[in-house]
Design a binder for this molecule. Structure first.
Ligand code: SAM
Ligand code: DTB
Ligand code: SF4
Length: 342
């Protein structure tokens, strides 16, 4: 990576600077986001991942947004951890649809060591198909993170969800610090980090600023930053929260892009309710990854035909795995690949 690009990767952002970015006019903010995006990536390329719920429902945590929490009556049945073969079969189908990264999620506070054996077999099975693997299983110990790395896991998703200040109004059964500790174990084990949050939970702009500050001041930045728009599920406490202004969502994507120029910024949950035009604005703001496939974890995702048509209408295409802006840390420092416009 050349010197001018390296200089853009900062980990010392101040709150006032991030507030100032949010305060820019919309045209100026999008111009800055696009400028930085083009320096690091091809603005027409979008990375696609598929999602599979490998263990659904009856989670012991009280996350107010989540349909899988046992605290909320959402009518979702509990299902046991899937068999390895079922997971590999679903990954094979995703691969046949042109998907390069397969993400597996479990409604757990944390995995038991016994469950982890089957999880390791899933990672090995999906890797053997030549796909990238991602897991989200709740909190991990340092040892569990090392085991997942040894099984070949590429990414671990663990979201901070919101600002440290707003967090306690959304979740009470685990702390922000718990989340940071798991992220530390994941990073130390050499697994790439996927970490982002949810917008539209009734938080204020200062909380969106607070979330992005946390993410942007990680060193290195998370390789992947999912920005979810809350899916308001019946039976959850956030069912009737006031929806977020869509342009504020786009602004947040743009600020994330400026703060973390080299990360994949993923337009995650909530796309089903977005117009094509809103998604196009998000891509212009620097979003360059989506979940592709019929389902998220428990809720529907956008139909794949609609995504293919949107890419075609916008003259955009899927990013190949080789072109992903992967960042790997080795003994001699941080190495980058996939920078198109050097
Ligand atoms: N149980 C694990 C955990 O919480 O870390 C992994 C699965 S959990 C469902 C993964 C992420 O999904 C959460 O961190 C949250 O950001 C997101 N999520 C859950 N419910 C959502 C909803 N209704 N709308 C948007 N995002 C949601
Ligand atoms: C993430 O940030 N979003 C995904 C993934 N990581 C695991 C989950 C979205 C869940 C949306 C609600 C549901 O389908 O249950
Ligand atoms: Fe459980 Fe994860 Fe849902 Fe929280 S977000 S209730 S930890 S599945």
């Amino acid at each position: 990576m050349n010197h001018s690009k390296q200089k853009q990767l900062r980990h010392d952002w101040e709150r006032q600077e991030v507030e100032a970015l949010f305060g820019l006019s919309f045209p100026e903010l999008l111009y800055r986001a696009q400028t930085i995006h083009r320096l690091f990536s091809d603005p027409t390329a979008v990375q696609v991942s598929s999602l599979l719920n490998i263990k659904s429902g009856a989670c012991v945590e009280d996350c107010a947004y989540c349909p899988q929490s046992a605290y909320h009556d959402t009518g979702l049945p509990e299902e046991a951890l899937l068999e390895v073969e079922q997971v590999v079969e679903a990954a094979r189908a995703a691969r046949a649809a042109g998907v390069g990264r397969f993400c597996m999620g479990a409604a757990w506070r944390s995995p038991s060591d016994r469950d982890l054996e089957r999880i390791e077999a899933m990672v090995r099975g999906v890797k053997a198909l030549g796909m990238e693997t991602c897991m989200t299983l709740g909190m991990l110990t340092a040892e569990q993170a090392r085991r997942l790395k040894a099984a070949g896991l590429d990414y671990y998703n663990h979201n901070l969800d919101t600002s440290p200040e707003f967090y306690g109004t959304v979740i009470t059964t685990r702390t922000y610090q718990d989340r940071l500790e798991t992220l530390h174990h994941v990073r130390e084990a050499g697994i790439k980090v996927c970490c982002g949050g949810i917008l539209g939970m009734g938080e204020e702009r200062k909380d969106r600023v607070g979330l992005l500050l946390q993410l942007a001041n990680m060193d290195p930045h998370p390789e992947s930053v999912p920005i979810n728009l809350l899916v308001q599920v019946e039976g959850t406490p956030l069912e009737e929260v006031e929806p977020l202004d869509p342009l504020e969502f786009v602004r947040t994507v743009a600020v994330a892009r400026i703060l973390m120029p080299h990360s994949l910024v993923r337009l995650s949950a909530g796309r089903e309710g977005m117009s094509d035009e809103m998604q196009a604005l998000c891509f212009l703001a620097g979003a360059n990854s989506i979940f592709y496939g019929e389902r998220l974890l428990t809720t529907p995702n956008r139909e794949v035909g609609a995504d293919d048509r949107l890419f075609h209408r916008l003259g955009m295409q899927r990013m190949t795995v080789e072109d992903e802006p992967a960042e790997t840390t080795t003994g001699s420092g941080i190495h980058y690949r996939g920078c198109h416009h050097a």
